[in-house]
Design a binder for this molecule. Structure first.
Ligand SMILES: [Cu+2]
Length: 68
C-alpha cells in the first residue's frame, strides 16, 4: 500500500474535484483518491507506488496541472 500527496492547480469547484478523482482513479492499482479543494492537495492511495508521470498525465487529462 502506498499513499502519496500531490498539489494540483486550477481546481475551483466540486466539478473539478470530481474530474480529478475520476481520472486519477483510473490509474491501475489506485484504490482511493482524496481531494482537498481548498489546498489543491490530492492524496492517492494505491496498491503499489504510482509513477508520478502517470499522475501528471491523468491530472492533465482532467484539465488541471500538477504543481511540482
Ligand atoms: Cu470546477
Amino acid at each position: 500500500m502506498a499513499t502519496n500527496t500531490y498539489t494540483v492547480t486550477g481546481m475551483t469547484c466540486e466539478h473539478c474535484v470530481g474530474a480529478v478523482r475520476g481520472e486519477v482513479g483510473r490509474i491501475p492499482g489506485v484504490t482511493d483518491v482524496r481531494v482537498d479543494l481548498s489546498t489543491g492537495e490530492v492524496t492517492v492511495t494505491s496498491e503499489q507506488p504510482v509513477d508520478i508521470e502517470a499522475v501528471r498525465a491523468s491530472v492533465d487529462e482532467a484539465g488541471y496541472e500538477l504543481a511540482s
